[in-house]
Every structure is written in C-alpha cells, then in structure tokens.
Design a protein around this ligand. Structure first.
Ligand code: ADP
Ligand code: MG
Length: 328
C-alpha cells in the first residue's frame, strides 16, 4: 500500500544525498568502474546516476522496483550480506518519494526503461543506452511537501551530495567518479580510476581528495587481530591540518559515523597529540559480516559490533603501535 510505502521510504531517503548514496552503492554493487552523478536544484529537482556496471535485463526492471526484491541475497543466509543497505528498499523507496526512471542494458540485450511515480510502476519500454544503468530521480518529495520543507538550501544539499561522493570515492579507488552540477554547468568533482596496488591506489586517491599533504604526512596502517583487519592512512602527530572532518572510518567498505570508532581514534592519539587538536585518518575496518551489523538503520551510519571491545582495542593499541613505529 502506497501510504505505508511512503512512510518506509522516508526512513531510507532523508535528503538528496541519501538518494545519491543508495544509487551510487547500487552502481558499485553492479561492478561499475565509472560512476557519474548529475544533479539540479541541490538534488531536489533532479539526480541522475549513470554507471557502466552489468545492468539489468528488461524483465527484471519491474521486479527491482518492488519492495524487498533484491538480487543480492539468495535467502539461504540473511546474514551473508557483503553489499550494503537495507535489502531491496532503495529503488522502491525512491519511486515512492519522487519520479524515478531507470534505463538499463545488460550485455547482449537491448536497453529498456521503466518509470515509477508516487509508487505507481509504469510499463517497460525499449530505450537506447550503450551499456550499464542510468537512474534518474526527479522532484524528490513532490508528494510530501512537509518533508520538502525540511530540506536545507540547494547549496547545503549540494554540499551533502559532494560529501557523500567524496566518501564513496575514498573507499573505491579503482572506480572513477564524476559529480556535475547542471545548474551551474560545473564539474564539482572528477577522479579517474586509480592504478596499481591497493595501497598505492588508495594513497593516490586520498591525495586527490584530502590533499597530497595528508598522504605524505601519514603512515600506512595494516594490522589484523582475531579476524578484524584495520587498514588505511593515519596522519602523523606533526600533521597540522587534522580536524574532525578529516576523520573517515569505513566498516566493510561502508562509510560510518560511529562514536565508538571516533572515540577510539582520539584515544590512540591521546599521548602524542595535544587535547585541542584532532587526528586525521582514513581507516577501513574489515571483518566477517557476521561480526558486525551495518544495517542498524539504512539512513544512519551507525554500526553494531559483536565485540566492540576487540575493535576498540585494535584501533587504540594498533594505531598507537603503528605511530610509535613511525618514530613518534
Ligand atoms: P538492493 O540494492 O538492496 O538489492 P535496491 O532497491 O537498491 O535493493 O535495488 C534493487 C535491485 O535492482 C538490486 O538488487 C539490483 O539487482 C538492481 N539494481 C539497482 N541498481 C542497479 C544498477 N545500477 N545496476 C544494476 N542493477 C541494479
Ligand atoms: Mg541498493
């Protein structure tokens, strides 16, 4: 029922940036090597995500638009989720809160397109497309003016979209990203796919996104304990441009904002950094999906670890040790 769908949809889609996040994660899940995001009116008027991923067959388009339909779990083990988000919620939610058009082409097939408006799924029609998928969302929250009213200015919504893309781009150095503001005809961000070994690629990508200065004044972290791996770049205490916005933590590839993890990062630097300064770091925690619940809430970047103490001590003592090893 559409009313219930619309309420559930509001949980997943809080603002244009959350729509962008869901769509780009779908592109990444589809194996895209290049993702382009265009937007107008801070994403309220239009969001368009174009990828070169494996696409969808025409027959599966209506299915992708129905709730809880996902191609990403086979039902044998609900916990065996390697990709992100509430399963099978994003596209139906977006189709409930805006006018959504998906154009897609699977290899060896003709392209096809489907439109969903206010939860009403239209017919599948042939459409021209080279490859991959293009998802266009127009008039976000047009049917729920109350929600629309809560959005910030175009400028701040656009800022939130840019932050989202930056975060996703940090975690995916082998994928190229373009962010384009169609109102100002302005490219906001463009990074090509990085080359080489993971750490080199990551360093190159972070250099573009955080500044070369950060990477040149950071240590490479790569430690593992009891099946939990901590890797990434952590700034040396001498790096002066640390701030709370220069702290990025990812759990199984997903950007999180988690008090436990940020607290652990702070604690790791306690002895080497004065109280009034913030460490800068881009850290990836990877573990068996069974050891962490990243689906606490689709729109909130919280995580729940099976063993929070283990993760905390890995961050605190692991980082301390690594920083000490760097001669500080
Ligand atoms: P989920 O990602 O949890 O499976 P979504 O509602 O986000 O649910 O997407 C539904 C389904 O649509 C996906 O499982 C996938 O099969 C398909 N899909 C969505 N976006 C893309 C895309 N960009 N490329 C290929 N398939 C896609
Ligand atoms: Mg999804």
């Amino acid at each position: 029922d559409t009313a219930a769908n619309r309420i559930a949809a509001g949980e997943v889609v809080e603002r244009p940036a959350s729509a962008v996040k869901e769509l780009v994660e779908n592109s990444l899940d589809a194996g895209a090597t290049r993702v382009r995001v265009d937007y107008a009116g801070g994403g309220k008027v239009m969001i368009r995500v174009t990828d070169d991923g494996h696409g969808m067959e025409a027959d599966s388009l209506p299915l992708a638009m129905s709730r809880h339909a996902t191609s990403k779990i086979d039902g044998s083990d609900l916990l065996d989720i390697h990709t992100f988000g509430f399963r099978g919620e994003a596209l139906p939610s977006l189709g409930a809160v805006g006018r959504l058009t998906i154009t897609s082409r699977a290899p060896g097939q003709e392209g096809a397109e489907i439109t969903v408006t206010g939860g009403q799924i239209g017919p599948v029609r042939p459409a021209a497309l080279n490859r991959g998928t293009q998802v266009e969302l127009r008039d976000l929250f047009y049917a729920t003016p109350a929600r629309l009213k809560f959005l910030r200015t175009d400028r701040s919504e656009a800022q939130a979209i840019a932050d989202t893309i930056r975060k996703l781009a940090m975690a995916e150095p082998f994928v190229g990203f373009t962010l384009y503001d169609t109102d100002g005809a302005r490219e906001i961000l463009r990074v090509d796919a990085e080359q080489g070994e993971l750490f080199d690629a990551l360093g190159a990508r972070l250099g573009r996104l955080m500044g070369r200065d950060f990477v040149d004044n950071a240590i490479r972290v790569d430690i593992e304990r009891d099946g939990v791996r901590l890797s990434g770049f952590a700034a040396l205490p001498t790096y002066s441009r640390g701030s709370s916005v220069a702290q990025h933590v990812f759990v199984n590839g997903r950007p999180v904002r988690d008090k436990l993890l940020i607290g652990a990062l702070k604690a790791a630097y306690m002895d080497v950094l004065s109280r009034d300064r913030h460490p800068a770091a881009v850290l990836f925690i990877d573990c068996d999906p069974h050891l962490v619940d990243v689906n606490v809430h689709p729109a909130k970047a919280e995580v729940r670890f099976r063993d929070p103490g283990l993760v905390r001590s890995l961050m605190v003592s692991g980082l301390r040790h690594a920083l000490a090893g760097a001669g500080h």
